[in-house]
Design a protein. Sequence first.
Length: 276
Amino acid sequence: MRFTKMHGLGNDYIYVDLWDQQVDDPVQFARQASDRHFGIGADGLILIGPDEKADCRMRMFNADGSEAQMCGNGIRCVAKYAWDHGRAKVNPMRIATAAGVKTLELAIGDDGKMAAATVDMGEPILAAQEIPTTFDGERVVDAPLTADGQDFQVTCVSMGNPHAVIYVGYTGAIDLQRLGAAIEHHPAFPERVNVHFVQIRADDEVIMTTWERGSGVTLACGTGASAVCVAGVLTGRTGRTITAHLPGGDLQLQWRESDNRVYMTGPAAEVFTGQW
């Protein structure tokens, strides 16, 4: 099986082209190939193939084999693969996901390859039951949550997948491995949750660290950064346009008042190809 290793700000996945090959058991393959010691090493697996209603389709599996609805960094890499390898030479590009069809405006470099993209991430889901969470009330904004003996205030947003945003004074003081796992599996989140600890630098600038549901600590999370942009507005901490500094690099986010949609801009890179 041929594969391509790609990443968006260090959020790395194994990409498999389904136009002329297939993956019989993507759950097992995701588990084996994502292992950083005995496999290729990645945050998960993304399958790229044709779609009847869009320019291409993506399916995403976390490193533990669980299937996720959407990946903001991954979808930029899908667009880069489709453009650079001639599978979909269209701009803007429409990519089908389990969270709906997403539209991307591609930035093409002088070499003719895609360097970055702006993704229409869609409208955030804010209703507590739809995220889903078990919190009372219509929205979860700075709600109290106790995990592993520590008290937090959590704001919840779905960008097609569930996110818990927690504001802290200094992200470097957080035991992400311990607390991320505890909050991911907290009873308040029946489908588990992605966890983000956020430090405010300015009205338009934040630092964030991420624990991804099913993958653990990652260097970046596009849907998570989108959720952080929304949470900042909901809590009055930031404006509608921010730069998010993640361990793997920066993303530009905007939650537009005009259409209630979140737009994310960031790079994508191909690392190497191989055979499994």
